[in-house]
Design a protein around this ligand. Structure first.
Ligand code: G6P
Length: 606
């Protein structure tokens, strides 16, 4: 989603801004722009499309100065166009913005009555014009006045035409950091975009205003009092963003999954038992909780649903799983003995971040399961268990989901252990099976890819796909359907197989394909009966089943067999298979696999 870049120093400003924006490209965007202040004014370049187009467009432009801001925009208010792209400029200011200004209509009316007119449809244009209106030579006065009038969430990077040595930043909501370096400083919505230049940074908090010059940075609170900020040091390296010979990031990331699970094993299993001490999550800490509430969005929430199944089974603790966008507005009932687990790949999803803040404000304990180090959610939770998946570039989450499942699986065993529900030999046996998992994930990739590709060819011939399952298989069906629709645009829905006859069965025709997940012994007969309901109505069925299961001959045709693991571990193999199915379906329809239409990797607005 939208990205903010800023640079002040003696290098070529445009080059540094472009380099920063490229680091944020994977988040998803539809237009890009930059502005530099110097040579008597502000000079901006904006394009619809990629940062490479911005690079081309700006190559021969006169962009004098030592100070600039840049932006990648993912359209919310107003379609992608150069008018709507950021920076928004007037003769006095340039503004880049992440977030949403909720009262922009009201501000536009006010500004129109003061002689301003609007060219585009964005809320950000109102911010630029409001700053222009209030600016009389003192940036801080203008910024304070504007900050008081804005409602919503905003991270802003600002240039003033006659302040050629400074970037101004203002924040309420979305993430903003200031990268610190000798003789040059950076502004960014993502620390990872500046790690190439520096590991030292300040985190800008809500209602703070920063003045960033090449030799020093000043930060003020809403009352104008100068703050003494704590310097952070990033102790990780920026990941290499490279396809390494794979045709798409999505396939590369699926193939990285065995290694990701190995990373999690190495980090979180000690003496054959899950161990989260390194993350500050001790046995004593976990023993305090009598209920769990898992919060996340999209794929992260679907991982949470699988986590609920495991925790309820292994630890016998009640678990709620709530969409972050609902959680934050439903006045959730949280008790002192509730542990809230917030799951997020990016660590920046606006709704999950707001949920984390709500939990913190209530004084309730929280653990984040997060992939991106240095992200906002990490700062709002009591403890963070990192998912060790490395940078995930493809918009559709694959390896981060497997990593979330891995952490949840180990956490469920740990909770079972500390609550006396899982005996030591049982936990050892489950951990040992988990330690073998990377090799089996590799085996599926090696042996099943061609078959999955064939099934994908069949999928895209149908108008719609139903994914059916029971128990854990139903929870995997949800993620499988999401993945398929995200990347291939095939209409896909997931149902608990037992629910089929309560409505969805009316949609069964020979134009609809049912993909049935059959890996759970306890409900195998039940789902087979449900599939009979489908075939009796001319519905087409393909099975994904566990080796060794007795499946009726007529259903076994054109079905896919997965290696047999204990039922609790089958979700990992099903997930990997359904990810490849989505991937090859997207390839079959020539979709933009890594950047599906309308989607963003990191959703920093509600
Ligand atoms: C977006 C992405 C999804 C992701 C969801 C939650 O919708 O497209 O792939 O699952 O956000 O993201 P998070 O970073 O919080 O896991």
């Amino acid at each position: 989603m939208c990205g903010i870049a800023g640079y002040v120093g003696s290098r070529v400003v445009r080059d540094i801004l472009i380099a920063q924006l490229k680091k944020m490209e994977y988040r998803g965007y539809d237009s890009a722009g930059l502005a530099v202040v110097g040579g008597g004014g502000i000079h901006a370049v904006k394009v619809v499309g990629h940062v490479s187009a911005l690079e081309q467009e700006s190559i021969n432009q006169w962009l004098p100065g030592n100070c600039g801001i840049g932006h990648t925009r993912w359209a919310t208010n107003g379609r992608p166009s150069t008018k709507n792209a950021h920076p928004h400029t007037t003769s006095k200011v340039a503004v880049v913005h992440n977030g949403i200004i909720e009262n922009s209509d009201e501000l536009k009316v006010f500004l129109e009555s003061n002689g301003y007119s609007f060219e585009g449809e964005t809320d950000t244009e109102a911010v630029a014009k409001l700053l222009d209106f209030y600016y009389d030579g003192d940036p801080m006065i203008a910024l304070n006045k504007v900050a008081k009038r804005l409602k919503g969430s905003f991270a802003l990077g600002i240039l003033f035409f006659d302040a050629t040595d400074a970037i101004y930043a203002l924040k309420k909501g979305g993430p903003l950091i200031i990268g610190l370096c000798a003789g040059e400083n950076f502004l960014s919505s993502d620390i990872n975009a500046v790690l190439e230049y520096t590991t030292r940074y300040y985190v800008l908090e809500d209602d703070e205003i920063a003045i960033i010059k090449k030799d020093h940075v000043e930060v003020f609170d809403a009352q104008g009092v100068q703050l003494s900020k704590t310097e952070n040091v990033a102790d990780w390296k920026a990941d290499l963003i490279d396809k390494q010979g794979f045709s798409h990031f999505m396939r590369k990331e699926i193939f990285e999954q065995p290694q990701v699970v190995t990373n999690i094993i190495l980090e979180n299993i000690r003496d054959g038992i899950p161990d989260f001490e390194a993350a500050g999550v001790s046995d004593e800490y976990l023993k305090r909780f009598k209920r769990i509430c898992i919060v996340g969005c999209g794929t992260a929430r679907y991982a949470g649903l699988v986590g609920k199944n495991w925790i309820e089974h292994f630890a016998r603790l009640p678990v709620d799983v709530v969409m972050a966008s609902e959680f934050r507005y439903q006045n959730p009932v949280l008790f002192a003995d509730t542990l809230v687990v917030l799951i997020s790949q990016s660590g920046e999803t606006a709704d999950t971040l707001a949920a984390a803040r709500l939990v913190k404000d209530r004084g309730i304990s929280s653990v984040g399961i997060v992939n991106v180090k240095g992200s906002n959610i990490c700062r709002e939770v009591e403890h963070v268990i990192f998912t060790q998946a490395g940078v995930e570039v493809a918009v559709a989450s694959t390896k981060a989901y497997i990593a979330q499942l891995s952490v949840l699986f180990l956490l469920s065993l740990k909770l079972g252990f500390v609550n006396g529900q899982l005996a030591q030999d049982r936990i050892h046996s489950l951990c040992n099976q988990f330690i073998d998992l990377p090799e089996i994930l590799r085996q599926v990739l090696r042996e099943k890819e061609a078959e999955i590709q064939k099934l994908a060819q069949a999928c895209v011939e149908y108008e719609s796909i139903f994914f059916l399952g029971r128990g854990l298989d139903y929870l995997l069906a949800l993620e499988g359907a999401l993945k398929l629709k995200e990347v291939s645009y095939v209409n896909a829905q997931a149902y608990a197989a037992g629910e089929l006859k309560h409505g969805p069965i009316s949609l069964i025709t020979d134009r609809l394909l049912v993909i049935a997940l059959v890996t759970q012994e306890a409900v195998k007969e039940k789902i087979i009966n449900n599939l009979r309901e489908v075939t009796a109505r001319c519905g087409k069925v393909r099975l994904l089943f566990k080796a060794g299961m007795q499946i009726p001959a007529d259903l076994i045709e054109q079905s896919l067999q997965l290696p047999a693991l204990e039922d609790f571990l089958m979700p990992f193999l099903v997930a990997e298979t359904l990810q490849l199915l989505a991937y090859y379906s997207a390839c079959a329809v020539n979709a933009n696999v890594d950047k599906p239409r309308n989607l963003a990797k990191s959703v920093t607005v509600e």
